[in-house]
Ligand binder design. Structure first.
Ligand code: PGA
Length: 253
């Protein structure tokens, strides 16, 4: 059974103390996860070690980085490598979030390099894809996302792909309160899975978790996660409120 994942993306929010308190409040709920369920917290770099130590001993709870650099090491002041993340015990890293693509000019080719570096370091990438509103309105979203996958992911071996989580995040739904309908989410998730099946075979496609992101809330998570090809969510705003994020965790199939 493929993994069902509730992933929090804190983005550039919360102080250290607030982050610690949020984790405490969520863990206090003692939500027992089934073997196929995972909760991941993508937190700012300075909070990674605190988050890992908060989660130590909690089965199926993980800390994740929100980004890493697309070069292995060297004179890149201010950047953080996949290898550095691995060296402090991090197991997951978000790659290619639309905010990184938009504000930091990350290209599909750079993201391909990041995926390679994460996988070489033993870090599972949470690879984000998704279209802007104009592409959705022109009914080109399937092609757009397919290109993102082809240019960043399709050089990987089937074995490497087994360590990748995909997050489909339509840009028009991120932070806007405008969620994709379950029909829209299911349709494109099924398309992503079929594109992967065509390249890597049905077994690989059936095994890969595809998360939905874009205004996932406590009130809509259950419906979204009940779609057969939606394997959980990548959650921004609602992950900053303990009561909301715990409901989202409980909505996992
Ligand atoms: P949102 O963000 O839940 O606030 O829409 C999702 C994301 O950007 O990962």
């Amino acid at each position: 059974m493929r993994k069902q994942i509730a992933a929090a993306n804190w983005k550039m929010n919360l102080t250290y103390k607030q982050g610690e308190q949020l984790l405490d409040d969520i863990l206090e709920e003692r939500i027992a996860l089934a073997d196929h369920q995972q909760v991941i917290f993508a937190v700012p770099f300075p909070y990674l070690i605190m988050t890992s130590s908060e989660l130590a001993g909690e089965a199926n709870y993980f800390a994740a980085a929100q980004n890493c650099y697309h070069k292995k090491s060297g004179a890149f002041t201010g950047e953080v490598s996949a290898e550095m993340l691995e060296s402090v015990g991090i197991k997951y890293c978000v790659v290619g979030h639309s905010e990184r693509r938009e504000y930091f000019s990350e290209t599909n080719a750079m993201l391909a390099e990041k995926l390679d570096l994460c996988l070489a370091a033993g870090i599972k990438p949470i690879f984000c894809c998704g279209e802007p509103l104009t592409i959705r309105e022109a009914d080109q979203h399937n092609n757009f996302v397919e290109t993102q996958l082809r240019e960043s992911l399709f050089h990987l071996s089937a074995q490497q792909l087994g360590d990748v989580v995909i997050a489909y995040e339509p840009i028009w739904a991120i932070g806007t309160g405008k969620t994709a309908t379950t029909e829209q989410a299911q349709e494109i998730h099924a398309h992503i899975r079929s594109v992967i099946a065509a390249k890597y075979g049905k077994k690989a496609a059936d095994g890969i978790s595809i998360l939905y992101g874009g205004s996932v809330k406590a009130g809509n998570a259950k419906e979204l996660f009940s779609c057969p090809d939606v394997d959980g969510g990548l959650v921004g705003g609602a992950s900053l409120v303990a009561a909301d994020f715990t409901k989202i965790i409980r909505a996992l199939s």
